[in-house]
Design a protein around this ligand. Structure first.
Ligand SMILES: Nc1ncnc2c1ncn2[C@@H]1O[C@H](COP(=O)(O)OP(=O)(O)OP(=O)(O)O)[C@@H](O)[C@H]1O
Ligand SMILES: [Mg+2]
Length: 333
């Protein structure tokens, strides 16, 4: 049996578990103890650590588990459309609003609404969200009638909300309302004991999925442990998928990954051994990586902005960054 979790078809007995390290066991305990409280939760942690998974785990452990789980990525929706996306609109609310439309809050009734990338919520919308978190009533855009919903709110961010606060990009009252219960998911490099477990799980999963029988050498297992994993579990997942699909462990070598930031793999591949299709594919991949690196650099690694410029979803952008092994420049002190 397969189940669709975040774009990856998982075999159900591979349902990700949260118990591979003391840190995650602690998070699991917190999830179990707060699942039924309806408290608003703020999930924090770097990109790819598993915030979406934890959000789903909270929903699954709550009495709302048979209700909807609605995810809204605040960074992926243009600012001008976000209010209507969240709260809906009435007919005639703006040009093109031909009929009433429900917002995601209404769809999340009796369930959970997961507000991902909450730091990207525009200042103009923050008071409305604060209001909704207080009494769970709101008016659709262009309307006066108050709508009531019964939804649990989970928010997530991989950004430094405190500096957004200091810059005045995030309201203090909303910040305190959101982080009543805060769960910080540590980066993978701080819970290395999970690496062999996750690697084995992904290996088995992708072996089944692609009909392969790949095994990991000791040397590669060791290298997996030593890698810094800036893209966290998502990066590990991508590395394992590549190893299985390409049937070679050569694809994982941190030193090569680091070097490949400067020297594209396509340039190192002798063309004569490749078919024309492979040459074209490598060329396209390289063009993609170059565009990605350039736009990220120009936007100072503002991923939301880069996703907009490149016209891809935020999630796709993050996957591409991990796939290409791109890393943000070290922060200036
Ligand atoms: N404990 C785990 N077991 C199995 N897979 C995991 C685990 N944690 C994360 N993953 C996988 O890693 C990928 C990234 O996880 P997820 O989308 O939850 O990260 P995130 O913290 O929400 O990242 P972002 O900030 O980029 O949205 C997903 O494909 C997810 O299934
Ligand atoms: Mg996420």
């Amino acid at each position: 049996m397969t189940e669709q979790i975040f774009g990856t078809p998982y075999l159900t007995d591979f349902a990700p578990r949260l118990e591979g390290s003391p840190a995650m066991r602690e998070i699991k305990r917190t999830v179990e103890s707060i699942a039924d409280t309806d408290a608003t939760i703020l999930l924090r942690g770097e990109s790819g650590v598993g915030k979406d998974l934890v959000a789903r785990a909270i929903h699954a452990a709550s009495q709302r588990h048979q209700g909807p789980f609605i995810k809204v990525n605040c960074a992926a929706i243009p600012h001008g459309l976000l209010e209507s996306e969240l709260f809906g609109h009435e007919k005639g609310a703006f040009t093109g609003a031909h009929r009433r439309r429900f917002g995601q809050f209404e769809y999340a009734n009796n369930g959970t609404i997961y507000l991902d990338e909450i730091a990207e919520l525009p200042l103009t919308l923050q008071p409305k969200l604060l209001h909704v978190l207080q009494d769970f009533t709101f008016a659709r855009v262009g309307g006066h009638a108050m709508v009531s919903v019964d939804a649990r709110v989970i928010a997530a961010t991989n950004r430094d909300l405190e500096s957004a606060l200091a810059r005045g990009d995030f309201r203090e009252d909303l910040y305190y309302r959101l982080n009543a219960v805060e769960i910080l998911i540590p980066p993978l490099r701080q819970r290395k004991e999970e690496i062999p477990l996750l690697a084995a799980r992904f290996l088995e999963l992708f072996n089944r999925q692609y009909g392969r029988d790949r095994k990991l050498s000791q040397e590669t297992s060791q290298r997996l442990l030593e890698h810094h994993w800036p893209g966290n579990v998502r990066e590990l997942e991508n590395v394992m998928r590549r190893m299985v699909v390409l049937s070679t462990e050569q694809v994982f070598d941190s030193r090569v990954a680091d070097r490949s930031n400067h020297a594209p793999p396509a340039a190192r591949t002798p063309i004569s051994t490749d078919g024309l299709r492979e040459v074209a594919r490598n060329g396209a991949r390289e063009a993609e990586r170059k565009a990605l690196a350039e736009v990220l650099e120009r936007s100072n690694w503002n991923r939301a902005e880069a996703a907009r410029v490149l016209k891809v979803s935020y999630k796709t952008l993050l996957n591409k960054i991990a796939e290409c092994g791109l890393k943000p420049p070290p922060r200036q002190p």
